[in-house]
Design a protein around this ligand. Sequence first.
Ligand code: GDP
Ligand code: MG
Length: 145
Amino acid sequence: MLKPDAVKRRLAGEVIGRFEKRGLKILAAKMMVINKELAETHYGEHAEKPFFKDLVDYITSGPVLATVIEGEECISMIRKMVGATNPQEADMGTIRGDYAIDTGRNIIHASDAPDSAKREISLFFDESEICEYVLPDEELIYEEP
Ligand code: GDP
Ligand code: MG
């Protein structure tokens, strides 16, 4: 999910482009302004953290671009492409390392495990909004498509 800072800084296309160029498949994408309840549910694991209120205020402060992205090992691959939570600790070449400075304005959320991905996808999308299709160049991306 591209956070409001990414959308407002016109970085959404740039970031999505990185995933596309890597060979990943975009199954869904939706601009939305998240309400407080959805934000609190999405970030429920952080409810007791001191930054929780700021996090919810930030993620509800403008439009996000929610996406569903598919590919082999794509959760760990995308987390590597995203970089460390604190952009100042993120490697250059990662999304946060290249475009962000503050932990509280770090551009993008990425699911951290298959279970959380499943849970988060169901919070943001109906099944009917998720497109299944074949990429014509799959044999150029995968040895065994
Ligand atoms: P992520 O999985 O790398 O996004 O990091 P976490 O799941 O640990 O935290 C969720 C989000 O909360 C992060 O992306 C940050 O936007 C925010 N966050 C995490 N730790 C801090 C913190 O120490 N201070 C502030 N202000 N925000 C934080
Ligand atoms: Mg997280």
